[in-house]
Design a protein around this ligand. Structure first.
Ligand SMILES: Cc1cc2nc3c(=O)[nH]c(=O)nc-3n(C[C@H](O)[C@H](O)[C@H](O)COP(=O)(O)O)c2cc1C
Length: 323
């Protein structure tokens, strides 16, 4: 019989970002932007007391109409979507969802969507001027959206333009800033270093990489937009590689995710160097996943004699030592 040196229930799960812009999360669990909507509707699906940070659906300065139909298609091992970050614009979103954010039993990050720097600055200014109504604990800068400066390519495809974007966000707020990219990001380790220098506090390597699928019966693409965003188990190995690469740089704490469908998947992300775990589309089928991940992480840490979930972070990196 194995005797556990630590009781799982006494394993510390809290995540603390100290320094100039502190952030304390009760659980190392982040809900991925978009999959649970803006906030009020999320509480009907997931018990937010099991979540550390709820990231809202993407919010832009002006309303975005979103993409045409079809905007979602099944692909082997997951789905491809092109929603176009549809939202009614920041003022309307604050009116409709601010109360739910302020009452949430977990921390809230607003996902920022901007195609150019002036609108990013104005978006943050608008959120900051309504800080009492918004009640945000952090911002997540979405660099998986198209940039006007890059002719519609994603921000994350250019280290230089991404750095400018992070700089602009940093200049506009004192709140903790999470920068979100996908496994498509240019050299994750280099990106993490540049993001840290530009003032990011966390790097979320959990976004959807780009996919494409033709419609076989029509001379067209399966999605009206052409390319789409991939979610689900098919992206997991690529996302784990990007997380490991970014984490090995040691530049920033990492939010890791993409295709997590079970507690074991989440443990893989901790092992690859993620400090926080992002849960996305799997929540639609398994609303208890946040709790299951925490319990499993506590048990795993305890069985190794650890006293903190953080003891699980990066254990696979030490052996691969790819730096
Ligand atoms: C329907 C849907 C809408 C999404 N909307 C957003 C969004 O508004 N902003 C964003 O950063 N990511 C968005 N995403 C991407 C997710 O946040 C997440 O990064 C991606 O789905 C990968 O995680 P998963 O495989 O665990 O779902 C969306 C994903 C889906 C499926």
């Amino acid at each position: 019989m194995t005797v556990e040196r630590t009781s799982p229930s006494s394993v510390e799960a809290r995540f603390t970002l100290s320094g100039q812009r502190p952030l304390q999360l009760e659980r190392p669990i982040v809900t991925a932007s978009g999959v649970l909507g803006f906030g009020a509707e999320a509480a009907e699906l997931v018990d937010l007391r099991d979540v550390g940070l709820f990231v809202t659906r993407g919010v832009s300065l002006a309303a975005r109409g979103g993409a045409g139909l079809p905007r979602m298609v099944e692909v082997p091992g997951g789905m491809m979507h092109a929603i176009g970050r549809e939202n009614p614009g920041v003022d309307e979103v604050i009116d409709r969802h601010g109360a739910a954010w302020r009452a949430a039993p977990c921390a809230i990050a607003i996902s920022l969507v901007a195609a150019d720097l002036p609108s990013l600055g104005k978006l943050i200014a608008r959120l900051e001027s309504h800080a009492d109504l918004v009640g945000a604990d952090a911002y997540e800068l979405d660099l998986t959206v198209p940039s006007d400066v890059l002719g519609g390519r994603r921000w994350e495809s250019s280290l230089e333009e991404s750095t400018r974007c992070i700089d602009a966000a940093r200049d506009s707020t004192e709140l903790p800033l999470i920068v979100k990219v996908s496994p498509d990001v240019v050299t994750p380790a280099q990106f993490a270093g540049a993001a840290a220098d530009a003032g990011a506090d966390l790097l979320s390597v959990s976004g959807s990489p780009v996919g494409f699928l033709p419609n076989r019966t029509r001379a067209a693409s399966a999605l009206a937009e052409g390319e789409g965003e991939l979610s689900g188990p098919l992206i997991r190995p690529r996302a784990l590689a990007a997380v490991a690469n970014a984490a090995a740089s040691g530049a920033l704490p990492i939010v890791g995710g993409g295709g997590i469908g079970s507690p074991a998947d989440a443990l893989d992300y901790f092992a690859a160097g993620a400090d926080l775990i992002s849960l996305g589309s799997a929540l639609w089928a398994d609303a208890d996943l946040p709790r299951a991940v925490i319990e499993s992480a506590r048990r795993a840490a305890a069985s190794r004699g650890g006293s903190r979930v953080a003891d699980l972070v990066g254990t696979a990196l030490r052996r691969t030592a790819t730096r």
